[in-house]
Design a binder for this molecule. Sequence first.
Ligand SMILES: *[C@@H]1O[C@H](CO)[C@@H](O)[C@H](O)[C@H]1NC(C)=O
Ligand SMILES: *[C@@H]1O[C@H](CO)[C@@H](O)[C@H](O)[C@H]1NC(C)=O
Ligand SMILES: *[C@@H]1O[C@H](CO)[C@@H](O)[C@H](O)[C@H]1NC(C)=O
Length: 361
Amino acid sequence: MASLFFFFFFFCQLLSGLGRSFVAGAGQVPAMFVFGDSLIDPGNNNHLLTRAKANFRPHGIDFPEGTTGRFCNGGTLVDHLGYLLGLPLIPAFNNPDTHGIAILQGVNYASAASGILNDTGENFGMRIPMDEQLQNFNATIQELSTMLLDKTQDHIRRSLFYVAQGSNDYINNYLLPLSKIHYEYTPEAFTNLLIQQFGRQLKYLYDLGVRKFLIVNISPTGCIPNQLAAQESDTGACVESVNLLVSHYNRKLKEMVDQYNAQLKESTFLYWDAFSFGINVIQNYANYGFKNQNTACCGGGKWKGQILCLPVFTPCQNRSEYVFWDPYHPTDAFNVIASKDLYQGNLQASFPRNVQQLVQS
Ligand SMILES: *[C@@H]1O[C@H](CO)[C@@H](O)[C@H](O)[C@H]1NC(C)=O
Ligand SMILES: *[C@@H]1O[C@H](CO)[C@@H](O)[C@H](O)[C@H]1NC(C)=O
Ligand SMILES: *[C@@H]1O[C@H](CO)[C@@H](O)[C@H](O)[C@H]1NC(C)=O
């Protein structure tokens, strides 16, 4: 009984503004909930039957927590953004410890190889598609409401929702050599399908009471070592056809975000242009302190983009000189720079405001 009392006391502290000062880093939002793919997966696939997992060395080689399932030598973009927001590392939904107090500052549902569409990423095995990530969030709300009672809706309304999906719908679906959907849909029709499904998914969150959205567009997919190898870039220059395809998607996504900002009452959709940011870093990599912008630090084959980063490979010596960690994912060094752009924003890459302003509103 005493411990139960303490538990509720702790909560009231946490919920009141007063409590903020004793939460590490003084959180600017009560929580961050995260949806997406391997770029931000903190280990949700660790126990799934899939090739899309990273819970072995050398992944995590530069991460304070070591190997966790993150596809990176260090922290993901979400980890670094969370740090700037004063939040602890957001736990993976599939981690058995992610219950009770552990879910109060957010949950991460992102799953490697997943996409907007249910069948995206099948080539890797099991993964948690976006629709299932949303169902998992609904389960979290049920659990939150057993603790927060009538404060649950307010908690959701003030929390930040980071949603970054779509890359795999191209890389691990539409662009695959034997893609069925490639024959059934023109690029235009496929983009429309994705936008329509993604729009429905965002609306689902809105209907559950979410009001602070951070939508991240598809990064320059044509520049990742995997695509340089798959589309046979001889020089290591980005594959323009792939970048054009995702740019078209991004334009449609931006239109939808603008529309939702206008239509969905009392909500804010922030749109971070990860594509323009990524292109800028790759084109001017030396200005950002990088020495290599097209070969993976860890991987095999051409541009080290043909074989995933596996324990048999020795990674590059100095990870902060590389933009790419493995065939698909950037390094910790890149993520640190990106998180600052995302948080503080700049005129080119952030619309309508930056994350700092969004969380303070
Ligand atoms: C995707 O699969 C889930 C079941 O996991 C189902 O509820 C949902 O309707 C499916 N989505 C579509 C678009 O078929
Ligand atoms: C959320 O989960 C509850 C309880 O399982 C269920 O009754 C409800 O239909 C779900 N809501 C949505 C929008 O999926
Ligand atoms: C790694 O590379 C960065 C950027 O070029 C440089 O500042 C740093 O000194 C290097 N570290 C080591 C251990 O060589």
